[in-house]
Design a protein around this ligand. Structure first.
Ligand code: FVH
Length: 293
């Protein structure tokens, strides 16, 4: 059993607290709006009067606030000696430089820092569906494996906080783009009469094909000789012809098609570069150049 301080009791912080209590750890929690702590206190946590008081009661400090400005506000009054010898696990989402600055802040005060990324919704925390990626202090990760495991499967990415942060940002960008594209597609299909239940059943299956494409593209990008091979699954020309037909159909209705049009522009750019008979992984270079025409 470990004494944990939990800073931030929003939707995610509260879920983290519940999973820690369920695993037998003690939780002393702080939230800017004390009223919001009530559900976790009813579940067995102790409410601290300040961030510093919560930290002093614990070996491990878990932070889950809206952003790093909120972290700065919350930690402004914490004396350096309260951080000394403790592990601070920062689960707030932010920019790479913010993660790095926070790590430096903790280490200068004699603490160890882990920057973590939550790959789950609050309802999944503490279940097998939740995975949390960590970077920063390997020693802290190993020492507190039991606490970290209470929240979800812990996965260590490396000591470089910035790389962990960037990988997480890539995941967030991918997720938001996929979801945006889902709504665009749903607006088209529902507007054309497809029942929502059929949409809910069929579209997630397409994500499986997207997953295979991501895995295969990573494999090909890691072995550039594969990129020059003639496509064996689906060539850029095939993707472009399919999406052109889809867009013709989408344009018959009123729905927005900006995601699909952007995707087609990329495929056409690859065709202009002479890559029409290659696998879709060749698109990577069109994104690296930063020119989106
Ligand atoms: N919810 C999710 O599914 C995602 C999953 C992936 C990771 N995120 C990140 O987790 C962080 C917290 O997200 P959240 O969903 O818990 O957010 P809220 O429910 O809005 O709670 C926000 C907490 O932050 C406190 N807070 C905000 N500003 C300040 C401030 N200036 N000083 C001190 N605390 C502040 C807020 O306090 P209060 O409004 O209740 O007083 C909440 O405790 C986030 O980084 C996600 O990207 C979640």
């Amino acid at each position: 059993m470990t004494a944990v301080a939990l800073v931030g009791l929003g939707n995610m912080g509260t879920a983290l607290g519940r999973s820690l209590l369920a695993s037998g750890h003690t939780v002393t929690a702080w939230n800017r709006t004390a009223e919001r702590a009530r559900p976790l206190v009813e579940a067995g946590a102790t409410l601290a009067v300040s961030v510093a008081a919560a930290i002093r009661s614990a070996d491990v400090v878990i932070v889950c606030l809206l952003d790093f400005q909120a972290t700065e506000d919350a930690f402004a009054e914490v004396p350096a000696e309260d951080i000394m010898g403790r592990t601070v696990v920062q689960l707030t989402l932010g920019r790479p430089e913010e993660s790095q600055r926070f790590q430096t802040w903790v280490e200068r005060r004699g603490g160890e820092c882990l920057d973590g990324f939550i790959k789950a919704y609050p309802r999944e925390i503490g279940t097998a569906a939740a995975r949390l990626h960590y970077s920063g202090s390997r020693a802290a990760f190993d020492r507190h494996h039991e606490v970290l495991s209470a929240m979800g499967e812990p996965f260590f990415m490396g000591e470089d906080v910035v790389l962990g942060n960037i990988l997480n940002n890539a995941g967030v960008a991918l997720m938001q783009t996929v979801i945006g594209s889902f709504f665009e597609t749903a607006a088209y299909a529902v507007g054309a009469g497809v029942p929502l239940e059929q949409l809910a059943e069929a579209l997630p299956r397409t994500l499986r094909i997207a997953q295979v494409t991501i895995e295969r593209s990573c494999e090909q990008l890691g072995a550039p000789e594969l990129l020059t091979e003639i496509a064996q699954e689906a060539a850029v020309d095939v993707h472009a012809a399919a999406l052109t037909a889809v867009l013709d159909s989408m344009h018959m209705g009123d729905a927005d098609s900006s995601f699909a049009r952007t995707a087609l522009a990329r495929l056409q750019r690859a065709q202009r570069s002479g890559w029409g008979d290659k696998e879709i992984a060749v698109l990577f270079d069109t994104y690296r150049s930063g020119d989106d025409t």
